[in-house]
Design a protein around this ligand. Structure first.
Ligand code: YH5
Length: 275
């Protein structure tokens, strides 16, 4: 079970985290309200399709993306959280900043998804002062430059040691294990070869003692394997999510909820004989 604010999520079977990207408000007020309505509609649809959590975030953590300022990040995320406040499902916010964490939690978020694993000043305290869940992710380098020749002696050992250290730091800060999820961070300062080794050896991360989240959806490594552009990676993403689940991942971060859910249903049925 994962403690996730007022929710308690069972993890015996893998659950889906639907990605809700929040784009900047570059239009008029009318456009802003339309964008808000569109976000609510996408959220409701992902929940109807079987998502157990929604992950709200800008696109600032994509490789090569420009960093977004703190006020701009708040202006993107808070109105969406507010618009989704009537939804009875846990909402995760993808952020690295303590102030965004605090304000998002105050606005009803139940989980913080942090690609910086609570290393920003005040971030451990922001999460410790609530009952939200947190995803601690490994990355090497900064999004703007992390895909420029990343190197490791032993990628599994380095990622595992880092995550163990961040879990220990979170626990010391008063964040109980029942609230912690870990993530190897596919594509974050990793080549295709690194990602494949992490995936093949994902079972070794069970030793961390917390549930694992896996985010393969639409990523460049799937493009390298299939030769497909980002808009044509659905089948590859579903296969990757299924194989991550088979390797032990408990939360799958996906853009395409319905097809991933079907794949998981077939796996479950074949594995257990139960439908
Ligand atoms: C993740 O793995 N990923 S944002 C590039 C793409 C497609 C998708 C080039 N936030 C993760 O989804 N949080 C992101 O095509 C995440 N784990 C966690 N915990 C990057 C992303 C993407 C990037």
């Amino acid at each position: 079970m994962l403690r996730c604010g007022r929710f308690l999520l069972p993890l015996e079977r893998p659950i889906l985290m639907g990605v809700l990207n929040v784009t900047p408000d570059s239009f008029s007020d009318g456009g802003r309200f339309l964008q808000r309505d569109a976000a609510v509609a996408r959220a409701q649809r992902m929940l109807d399709e079987g998502a157990a959590i929604l992950d709200i975030g800008g696109e600032s953590s994509r490789p090569g993306a420009d960093p977004v300022g703190e006020d701009a990040e708040l202006a993107r995320v808070l109105p969406v959280l507010e618009a989704l406040s009537g939804i009875d499902a846990p909402l995760s916010v993808d952020t690295r900043r303590a102030r965004v964490m605090r304000e998002a939690l105050a606005a009803g978020a139940s989980m913080i998804n942090d690609i910086d694993a609570l290393t920003a000043p005040g971030a451990l305290e922001a999460v410790a002062g609530s009952d939200c869940a947190v995803c601690l992710m490994h990355k090497k380098g900064e999004p703007a430059s992390m895909q420029r020749d990343p190197r490791y002696d032993d990628v599994v050992r380095e990622v595992k040691d880092y995550l163990a250290g961040r879990i220990a730091a979170a626990e010391r800060a008063g964040i109980g294990r029942a609230r912690i999820v870990a993530d190897v961070g596919f594509g974050f300062g990793k080549t295709l070869r690194h990602n494949l080794e992490l995936q093949r050896r994902l079972g070794e991360f069970d030793a961390l003692g917390v549930p694992l989240l896996a985010g393969w959806s639409r990523k460049s490594s799937l493009g390298q394997v299939t030769g497909r552009p980002v808009g044509e990676r659905l089948a590859a993403s579903v296969a990757a999510a299924l194989l991550a689940a088979q390797a032990g991942a408990r939360i799958l971060r996906v853009h395409d909820v319905a097809p991933t859910r079907d794949a998981l249903a077939v796996w479950e049925a074949f594995r257990t004989g139960a439908t």
